[in-house]
Ligand binder design. Sequence first.
Ligand code: GRF
Length: 208
Amino acid sequence: MKKIVVLVSGGGTNLQALIDAQGKGELTGGSITCVVSSNPNAYALKRAEQNGIETEVIRRRDFDSQDQYDEALTALLKGKDADLIVLAGFMTILGKKVISAFENRIINIHPALIPSFCGEGYYGLRVHEEALKKGVKVTGATAHFVNEVCDGGPIILQKAVEVRFGDTPEVLQKRVMEQAEWKILPKAVALFCEDKIKVHGNCTEILE
Ligand code: GRF
């Protein structure tokens, strides 16, 4: 059974989607063993507690440098014996140390179809604002492995979502979450836990 550690900072609806998938028996091969938050007030922590999942808080501001923070986070994740780390709305930058310690074992969910609307500064509502500004008719979400390039790691799954005229960033964000993020993140995690993702350079092969 693979140990899944979920990193969060906010509301945790993607965490909830993972908890629900686990409850429905869709995460065979894995189990959410710990939720780590960068924010002690994150509602995601409550979701974890309500489901009997162990929680930890680690704040960037409690460390003098990115290196020290990175060191501590790596030690925490290794101490939890994590096989897979899931970034589910984790708002703190991961440094080289964590990324190299867990190569192709960190999955992130991005609320757009990479390589559109991604990279430095593209998070939260900004992603949807830019998609609306550009006037795209289709956006979506991407589950991908994390490497040192922001939003640049191997793509695991993507799902398209329709953009409607008159959408606000908030409305579009909600649709992307409901129709794409909450579906492909648990699916990507399940595939990983069943050893069904093979990485070839920057591409992945899904063994189904
Ligand atoms: C989601 O939009 C996700 O794509 C992004 O951060 C947001 C997290 O929302 N990385 P939640 O905390 O899972 O509700």
